[in-house]
Design a protein around this ligand. Sequence first.
Ligand code: MRU
Length: 334
Amino acid sequence: MSKKVETLRWIGDESGHLVLIDQTRLPTELVEIECRTVEAVWEAIKQLRVRGAPAIGISAAYGVVVGLQTGRPLEEVIAYLASSRPTAVNLFWALERMKNAALQKRNLLAEARAIHEEDRAMCHAIGRYGADLLKSNSGVLTHCNAGGLATAEYGTALSVFFTAQDQGKRLHVFVDETRPLLQGARLTAWELAQRGIQATLICDNMAAQVMREGKVQAVVVGADRITANGDTANKIGTYSVAVLAHAHLIPFYVAAPTSTFDLSLPSGDLIPIEQRSSTEITHSFGKQTAPEGIDVYNPAFDVTPARLITAIITERGIIEPVCEQTIAAMMKSS
Ligand code: MRU
């Protein structure tokens, strides 16, 4: 995304506030909102005004600073923010860091700023490791939005594409539109256009045909939670893309910082999957597209089994093959 626009930023000192791009308004309007209460931060996360695992974590960290301004107890503020969305572990990771900082009597705004800055650095490092995996003049496919909008800046999956382009490689990115909330069409397509990367938008159900036509040489996606064995939760539809990539012998890469790993869970079956409102499917963007009263199932995420993942690209290096031992070794390194 453009260097002038920041996904989120803090204004002022401890009595300041959080400003973020309202991502529900993109791509037609680039509008920022101010979050001056912890309720406003919670609502922004819940309604996906700010979304993407790392960006949710950073927002929640600043949300703690906002919440404490009115004298509410720390535990209450943290529990409240933790109730906003269940799947992205970065939310809980960031809140845990804020809690520990408070227990150690460290400055909480400084800790939130550190989480923010570290994410920026992690995204750039992921890009550098990931770009080596891509060949020039190749087609790549991504799902949802794991770009600058989902992180402090630059993104995870998109950071790989941006870095490859900066290195002079030519890529053609196929962008899954990502039903039902269209993060691919609205956000990823917008970010790629901002950076002048060649991109083609496809409906989610077209990925198989595009692969069959030989147009895709690699898939790169982000993650919301990676368990100890490498099973990976990401936006609903990611699992189908992984199955398709496997069937077409196309490498399937997950790009994620170490803050997205949850080693407390042995496998993906235990990841809580957010269930969202049926109206996201029956009344997409305000227009009724299904009969009244139809039963709807709307899980926001799915879990891709580790065996379908060629490698995980982290800020510390590449995990390959993806299994408990290689993940544990990478997480112990620094
Ligand atoms: O529901 P969202 O838009 O928050 O889902 C986002 C994703 O699934 C991203 O791929 C993931 O959080 C990684 S973002 C770097």
